[in-house]
Ligand binder design. Structure first.
Ligand code: ZN
Length: 136
């Protein structure tokens, strides 16, 4: 049983980044995952997740999970089955992302503050911290 998703309204929402108007953009089933090309699709659950797109900055987001607790995310998304649909989640992606950040911004790391938004288990942040980057 998936935790309750936030009720959907057709009215635009304020963008979570810049607060500009973000119109309703599209919908996917809760079973949609980021690795369908490699892992295939999961059976549909009949739980729609609506997305909004910011008219100003283009950020695409949902508010469906805004009321969820950390426990909800751990139970319904980042559970024992998550690694099956996103095998790069725990190590490969955060490690490669840390290398990319180091490559492009390492020379100026003392001047920067980083925010790891949606950082999973925190490996990217931990790796960057260990490399001398400071968090926001
Ligand atoms: Zn925006």
């Amino acid at each position: 049983m998936i935790a309750k998703l936030k009720e959907v309204f057709a009215a635009p929402l304020p963008c979570k980044i810049c607060s500009a108007e973000a119109a309703l953009f599209g919908v996917v089933d809760f079973a949609k995952h980021c690795n369908e090309a490699r892992r295939g699709r999961l059976p549909l659950l009949g739980r729609p997740v609506y997305y909004h797109r910011c008219q100003a900055c283009g950020f695409l987001f949902t508010d469906a999970f805004d009321d969820w607790s950390e426990a909800n995310f751990k139970a319904d998304i980042y559970n024992d089955g998550y690694i099956e649909v996103d095998p790069d989640y725990r190590e490969v992606r955060p490690t490669n992302s840390a290398k990319l950040v180091q490559h492009f911004f390492g020379a100026r790391k003392a001047e920067l503050r980083l925010l790891d938004y949606g950082g999973g288990d925190g490996l990217l942040s931990a790796t960057l911290r260990a490399g001398g980057f400071l968090e926001a």
